[in-house]
Write a protein that binds this ligand. Structure first.
Ligand code: SAJ
Length: 435
């Protein structure tokens, strides 16, 4: 199939890079977002999110005229749905007395409904949003059929997960292998033709539900692997040893690759997606549920560490460095750093948060400071929550001159302990209890 004009629904971390990349490769792209502020920002030459390299690609795409943005879709040959699938905040499920989170499919439903009036014979629709198994068949296809057209006969329908790593989206979008799951083999082939516009990695064809499973299995596996690393850190702490050294040595084994412990798992993907499998079959997913709970409870473990370092939290002032869900990104969604700061504040500490990628974020209940010196003012301890490159380069004598604090708490093994100790600080590391 040959495509000249496509609509990309959802201009977030995935939709916007995808829309601009298609535009860069010569397609006419209408980028659609229901948030008028997003549309206005883009039309005025701004950008509502940060991703390395994205500004240049978006600017070029808009300037060339290949990318336009609009609040509603319009007739096109292909429609890509890249809207968020968070979990529901108003409702949880329960299995054996424990709560589990449920997917909020409102945005996917609304996007599919918005396509209906424009859907024509021979069109292709691709769902990219991470979704519970069978969403393409059971949710999206019936909505699209309200057009009077038959799925697989009159129009093609695919599920194709995005698997790009935030921070490297533009490169991975092009270079990664892509899985395209069709509701029919012809649908999968149409999907391949579309992504072949720019994908340099291999494009693997399968059915829609398998493609949904692939995505969920990838992120769930990573979640479970991080959970075991976090549990090992708790054990190292209990046994008075150093998890970072233990992991380094264990990873010398040719078949072992333990991931990195930290304050927990955040972001819009790994902390959310495993619940989609749990929701679909709670009785089959005890391991997945436990891993989620281990990672979600990791901020509490950090609070214990801070308490140990400071004696008490009541009345103590803590400079919390980093709020994003992982290093060198501005995304605060489901961030364990934010959760940790909130728990510390709830326990009576005064927390000065500093997030260099979003110094003015609006986080109810938290105090954000515009820069590092302000965060350090009056602080009893510096708490490193995110391993941002610029924090790793902090200069211990410089911090000593800026502030009277003596205690450093490092949850991500980002700071060279020796240098800080030489400069007169006491350093407490997550999973390293050698008192
Ligand atoms: N984390 C750890 N320890 C680790 C690795 C990560 O605590 O060893 C934490 C991070 O700090 C962060 C969270 O886990 O809070 C997730 O970070 P990540 O870098 O592992 O993953 P994401 O969420 O940025 O991107 C993932 C990727 N999935 C996999 O690697 C299997 C990416 O390829 C997906 O496209 C993306 O989810 C997505 O959109 O689903």
């Amino acid at each position: 199939m040959k495509f000249n004009k496509i609509c990309v629904l959802g201009l977030g971390y995935i939709g916007l890079p995808t829309a601009s990349t298609f535009a860069a490769y010569g397609l006419q792209v209408v980028g659609v977002d229901i948030n008028r502020q997003v549309i206005r920002t883009l039309q005025n030459g701004g950008l509502h999110l940060y991703e390395p390299g994205l500004r240049t690609v978006v600017e070029a795409a808009l300037k060339s005229g290949n990318l336009t943005v609009a609040p509603q879709p319009e007739p096109a040959e292909a429609f890509i749905i890249a809207v968020p699938t968070p979990f529901r905040h108003d409702q949880t499920g329960e299995y054996q007395g424990l709560p589990y989170k449920k997917a909020d499919m409102k945005a996917v439903t609304a996007a599919a409904e918005a396509i209906v009036p424009h859907l024509q014979k021979g069109n292709l629709v691709v769902l990219e949003s991470t979704s519970p198994p069978r969403t393409t068949i059971d949710l999206v296809a019936p909505i699209l059929e309200k057009s009077g057209l038959k799925t697989g006969q009159d129009f093609y329908l695919c599920y194709s997960p995005e698997r790009v790593l935030p921070g490297q989206i533009l490169r991975e979008l092009i270079e990664n292998a892509r899985v395209v799951g069709g509701i029919t083999p012809e649908s999968a082939q149409a999907g391949r033709d579309l992504y072949a516009t720019f994908v340099k990695g291999e494009i693997h064809l399968t059915d829609a539900t398998t493609a949904e499973m692939v995505k969920l299995m990838e992120n769930t596996t990573r979640d479970i692997n991080i959970a075991i690393a976090n549990e090992f850190a708790r054990l190292a702490d209990r046994f008075g040893t150093n998890i970072w050294e233990a992991i380094r040595l264990a990873n010398l084994h040719p078949r072992i690759d333990i991931l990195t412990p930290g304050p927990g798992v955040g972001g819009h993907c790994i902390s959310v997606d495993p619940w989609f499998l749990v929701e679909s079959a709670p009785e089959l997913t005890p391991l997945i549920q436990t891993a989620r709970r281990v990672n979600d409870s990791q901020p509490g473990f950090v609070v214990d560490l801070v308490q140990r370092a400071l004696g008490t939290l009541e009345g103590k002032c803590i400079a919390a460095l980093g709020l994003s869900y992982k290093p060198d990104v501005d995304d605060l969604r489901e961030s364990p750093a934010v959760e940790t700061a909130r728990l510390l504040a709830a326990a009576g500490a005064q927390v000065h948060c500093y997030e260099p990628f979003k110094p003015e974020a609006d986080l109810p209940g938290l105090t954000l400071t515009p820069d590092l010196p302000t965060a350090l003012e009056g602080a009893d301890a510096l708490l490193l929550l995110v391993n941002h490159t610029q924090f790793r380069r902090l200069d211990p004598p410089g911090i000593r001159d800026l502030s009277g604090l003596k205690v450093i708490i490092d949850t991500v093994n980002g700071l060279p302990a020796g240098d800080w100790e030489t400069a007169g600080f006491r350093i407490f590391r997550l999973g390293d209890n050698q008192e």
